[in-house]
Write a protein that binds this ligand. Structure first.
Ligand code: PLP
Length: 445
């Protein structure tokens, strides 16, 4: 408290010495400033937010929201010791993979499975284990960059592998791979082009064909699926997204995919496939550096167990529930909230209307899939010059106790309501929306 008082007084003195007599330096105002500073400085840095951006798996906002079952499992594992790496039957040291391996094998048809910190780590570990100082033939059309500096050629270099580019950007043929495989090949890599699509004069080689070629030549085929939905999404009315089970059926020897994309779990990455190769991966010293923590294992166990009931998983797993939320449902939320949001921004020169919008999956999953959604759009009402800019308005929503993050589109602030789960919590804090200092913040912005 003393620190906060000193900081505020230093600021006030500085302003006075600079001959700026704008500040209100009455005692109540000073007290208020001290209180604000203490609030700001003692608030946790990582906080929950309302993600109303329209991007369901928003990497900057923590990707998949977990089901309550996972949160309970995390709390249980956090509060007490657990048999994380302890075989209770034999009373001996065990392996942390056992808690998820059986479920992963059941869901993917793989012989073995292991889990690491994220899919980037899974890819790194596979490359480093099977192709250290060896060549990795990969199609030129699949040398992708995922947001946040995951670039396939760079990962290969850091894994100690030599990338051998195959085919061209738009077309690759089986004979291109056949020509590239040789004595120096460690593995052949096939990568899901997660966040973009190549259209037009294109051709690629299917997993089945490529696997047959690899096996004839005695090299393993690794497939990086990126998102890798555990279930077929078509019955849910969504586009087809390749599943690890399909890749395994097609003959892939190892498949890597993320835990917090379409799978809907905590940040993690999986390597599933042939037992001998997974065992080799586990023996790599890097596995120890990339291993997951008990809280992740606890959450994963809960999430994977929801998949055991295919009839209810789409409702019980938040990611699938949000992806398949009916438009009429989202519209009804927008209709309910529009009036209350309008009241909160009254006098700013912004009007509020229910608007159509488009949600996307995010995180490079289902990259070309547009989900019709609904929300509210806050736009200048055109009658007079708005008292605040759209950026100030967006900042005011972000300054709420539970920050609301929307999307600015053509000078409008759009709040996509597909992903609003806690309507009551959202409404309850609306009266705290502060647009009072709009003049000052407009200059700053
Ligand atoms: C997302 C993605 C990755 C990285 O996965 P993280 O879990 O974010 O580390 C790797 N490869 C592909 C093809 C991806 O789509």
């Amino acid at each position: 408290m003393t620190d906060a008082i000193r900081q505020v007084l230093t600021e006030v003195r500085g302003a006075l010495l600079a001959n700026d007599h704008q500040d209100d330096i009455s005692e109540p105002r000073l007290m208020e400033r001290v209180r604000e500073r203490i609030d700001r400085d003692t608030r946790p840095s990582l906080r929950p937010v309302f993600n109303l951006t329209g991007t369901i798996l928003h990497t900057n906002l923590g990707r998949a929201p977990l089901p309550a079952e996972a949160a309970e499992a995390i709390a249980a594992a956090a509060l007490r010791p657990s048999n994380l790496e302890f075989d209770l039957q034999r009373g001996e040291r065990g392996d942390r993979d056992v808690h998820v391996e059986a479920a992963l094998c059941r869901l993917t048809g793989a012989e073995a499975a292991t889990v690491v910190n994220n899919n980037a780590a899974a890819v790194l570990l596979v490359l480093n284990t099977l192709a250290l100082r060896k060549e990795v033939p990969t199609s030129r059309g699949e040398l992708i960059e995922i947001g946040g500096a995951f670039r396939m050629p760079d990962i290969m270099a850091r894994a100690g592998c030599r990338l051998r580019e195959v085919g061209t950007t738009n077309r690759v043929h089986l004979h291109d791979y056949a020509d590239a495989i040789g004595a120096r090949t460690g593995l052949v890599m096939k990568v899901h082009t997660s966040n973009y699509a190549i259209v037009g004069f294109t051709s690629s080689v299917g997993e089945g064909e490529l696997a047959a070629l690899c096996h004839e030549r005695g090299v393993p085929l690794a497939v990086d699926l990126g998102s890798g939905s555990l279930i077929d999404l078509r019955p849910l009315g969504l586009p087809h997204e390749p599943t690890p089970a399909e890749s395994i059926r097609n003959g892939a020897d190892l498949v890597t995919f993320s835990g917090d994309k379409l799978l809907g779990g905590p940040q993690s990455g999986f390597i599933v496939g042939r037992r001998d190769l997974v065992a080799q991966v586990r023996r790599n010293p890097l596995k120890r550096a990339l291993r997951v923590d008990k809280l992740t294992i606890a959450a994963l166990t809960a999430v994977l167990s929801l998949y055991q009931d295919p009839d209810t998983v789409a409702q019980r797993l938040p990611v699938l529930r949000l992806l398949t939320r009916p438009l009429t449902d989202i519209h009804a939320v927008a209709e309910r909230l529009a009036g209350q949001i309008a009241a909160a921004v009254q006098g700013t020169g912004f009007s509020v209307r229910v608007a159509e919008c488009v949600s996307e999956t995010g995180s490079g999953a289902l990259p070309t899939c547009e989900l019709a959604s609904a929300g509210v759009a806050l736009a200048p009402d055109g009658k007079r010059r708005p008292r605040v800019t759209v950026n100030t308005l967006a900042a005011a929503f972000r300054a709420l106790p539970i920050p609301v993050v929307g999307r600015i589109r053509n000078d409008e602030l759009v709040l996509d309501l597909r992903t609003l789960d806690d309507e009551a919590g959202f409404v309850a804090q609306l009266p705290q929306l502060r647009l009072a200092n709009s003049k000052a913040s407009d200059h700053a912005g």
